[in-house]
Design a protein. Structure first.
Length: 619
């Protein structure tokens, strides 16, 4: 029988019979669709079982509050996520944090299903595509961000839709609806999380590759641009929401320029992923190593083999994935400038690896095909199934090991920490609180659940913004705000509100508050004038003892990867250490020993506490 040449799956070029060509273009069978549905359902079940029922550390408390109240989150505002999460929050199932988190659960499972569809398209193998989708579904990082109220699962599913639509259009450029679909999904992605632009170089390569087809109708690109712009419309929500003056309204968006500022993240520096200089820099090699460690062995091996198979069989698709993986992976890691020696910086950067793993998953399906090709033609199908089964077993083993590490269904650490902080503040005080681990859960409890309405909550880092001072004036008339809402310093704010008791979470004041000092109160510190009389040490000891008796610090686990939990543990331990040092300096060695031992009971391997115990044994 004569053989003809045709475009294979998404750019594959090979020799097939005319009958094979017809079969390759037939619609997918019911079994293929059922397999994809089962893969998505398996991911959905796992995510539902492990989804957070309460607040967790990070941006989650702020995002939940914004979704519940239709407010405006920190830049870029995440308007698409907010609107969708608000709809999900209306479901009458469980507490608000769980309801809002259901958006991530559904988006994570949907992304797994779309990745399966991509895998089927490029490999033409249900078994291989199933392995690729499962490799993503139970990847520890992807699983972690599919079970909490965050923007990354929505980002992942939109990115997967862009890839699927772009590859379908590339296979048949005359079907421009797929190009428009990719553009619209990309616009929606930009209305959620801007790193979806990392797919742009790979998509533009496909556009350039098919420039002759596009040249037949120059309006194709105009309509695609219109679809992209249509996807950006959720940003108008920021303006509408801010106009209602909700409790959570970052930036006080009140003009088109404010919307652009939010889109470009100008509040944090448009060209920076990590704003804090303390988390920037470090050896480039450490960053690349941290990125490489995010791959599981099965995923890394199959993805490598998959790129080899694509290079041999589907050159256009190979270049699409090669460019997309390179830009969203190593190139982005280098650009991010995160110090990989700091756990918090690694945790912040790690969230942005999700796009890479979404891209790698369907390539894993091509890796199964390469292994199948090494077997004789008549046994290839059996070999692919056997190889897929072995890979699926390895993924299942990883899932069993990963389950207890990612499970957030009984995680109450963020709530416990916030309640401990609030319980340490005297009645009617102004409570200054900073940092995502403390500020977001504290403000959530205060604003959404009505905890400690007697307090005024202030975030010192925002005092330099006129918009924040306007928000404080509107939300809490008890506060003394500088005239004209001009940017102010912490010291000026303290001076203006001297008539009220003032407390800070943690143990730091910025240089503008040099005329004040701190007196420890459990996890917090009272802010008092520098010339105030020194407190009675016995009174401080008794007060801190009372507070620590009711505290609920996170359980110490040296294997736990949550950087925020480590930070919070430091807060508890440092408070115990400081109290011990205060008592030791007053000659109360037995009481100091009690505090040092309490610190070690919270975290048993703290050198400063061990050294302090050794020091007072001789006294």
């Amino acid at each position: 029988m004569p053989q003809v040449q045709r475009p294979g799956p998404v750019g594959v070029t090979g020799h097939v019979t005319p009958g094979e060509r017809v079969r390759s273009r037939r619609p997918l069978g019911r079994s293929t669709v059922v397999a994809g549905a089962l893969v998505g359902a398996a991911a959905l079940a796992a995510y539902l079982a492990t989804a957070a029922r309460d607040l967790v550390f990070g941006d989650t408390p702020e995002l939940i509050a914004v979704a519940a109240t239709l407010g405006v989150a920190h830049a870029p505002g995440y308007p698409l996520w907010t609107l969708l999460a608000h709809l999900v929050a209306l479901l009458p199932v469980g507490p608000i944090p769980f309801r809002v988190g259901l958006l991530s659960v559904v988006c994570g499972a949907a992304c797994v299903a779309v990745v399966y569809a991509i895998g089927v398209r490029i490999s033409r193998s249900v078994a291989a595509a199933t392995v690729g989708a499962l490799a993503l579904a139970f990847h520890p990082l992807f699983w972690q961000w599919s079970i909490v109220a965050e923007v990354f699962a929505l980002h992942a599913v939109l990115a997967s839709i862009v890839v699927y639509c772009a590859l379908r259009w590339s296979d048949r450029p005359a079907e421009v609806r797929w190009l428009y679909g990719a553009a619209f999904a990309a616009g929606l992605g930009l209305a959620n999380q801007q790193t979806i632009v990392l797919l742009a170089p790979a998509v533009l390569v496909l556009v350039w590759r098919h420039r002759r087809a596009i040249g037949l109708d120059p309006m194709v690109l105009v309509r695609a641009a219109g679809a992209l712009a249509l996807g950006l419309l959720p940003y108008l929500y920021l303006w509408a929401a801010a106009a209602t003056h909700p409790y959570w309204s970052f930036g006080d968006v009140s003009s088109p320029s404010d919307i652009i500022d939010a889109m470009l993240r100008r509040a944090y520096g448009s060209g920076q992923l990590i704003v804090s200089p303390d988390l920037q820099g470090g050896p480039i090699g450490d960053r690349i190593t941290a990125f490489a460690k995010s791959f599981t062995p099965v995923e890394a091996g199959l993805a490598f083999l998959g790129m080899v198979w694509l290079y041999r069989r589907a050159r256009e698709t190979f270049w699409f994935f090669a460019i997309a993986l390179a830009v969203s992976g190593p190139a982005f890691v280098l650009y991010a400038n995160a110090n990989a020696s700091i756990s918090l910086a690694v945790a912040v950067l790690g969230r942005f690896y999700l796009l890479v793993h979404v891209l790698a998953a369907p390539v894993c399906a091509a890796g199964i095909r390469l292994l199948g090709d090494l077997v004789a033609e008549r046994r290839r199908a059996v070999a692919e199934v056997a190889i897929s089964a072995a890979a699926a077993a390895a993924i299942a083993a990883l899932a069993i090991v990963t389950y207890p590490r990612v499970d957030r269904s009984a995680d109450h650490d963020a709530r416990n920490f916030a309640e401990d902080l609030l319980a340490s503040v005297p009645d009617g005080a102004i409570f200054f609180v900073s940092g995502d681990a403390a500020a977001f859960p504290v403000q959530y409890l205060h604003s959404i659940e009505g905890a400690r309405p007697d307090l005024s909550i202030v975030q010192p880092p925002y005092l330099a913004g006129s918009w924040y001072l306007r928000e404080l004036r509107r939300l809490d008339p008890r506060l003394a705000i500088p005239a004209g809402d001009r940017p102010t310093t912490l010291g000026e704010f303290l001076d203006a509100n001297r008539s009220r008791r003032q407390v800070v979470g943690g143990a730091q004041l910025d240089p503008s508050a040099r005329s004040y000092r701190l007196e420890q109160r459990g996890l917090n510190h009272d802010i008092v004038p520098s010339n105030a009389p020194l407190p009675d040490v016995a009174m401080l000891d008794a007060e801190s003892e009372r507070l620590f008796a009711r505290y609920r610090p996170p359980r110490f686990d040296p294997e736990r990867s949550d950087a925020f939990v480590r930070i919070v543990l430091v807060d508890y331990v440092t408070s115990a250490l400081r109290m011990g040092l205060t008592l030791e300096s007053a000659g109360r060695y037995a009481d100091a020993r009690r505090w040092y031992e309490r610190g070690l009971s919270i975290e048993p391997d703290v050198p400063e506490l061990k050294q302090a115990l050794d020091r007072i044994r001789t006294k």
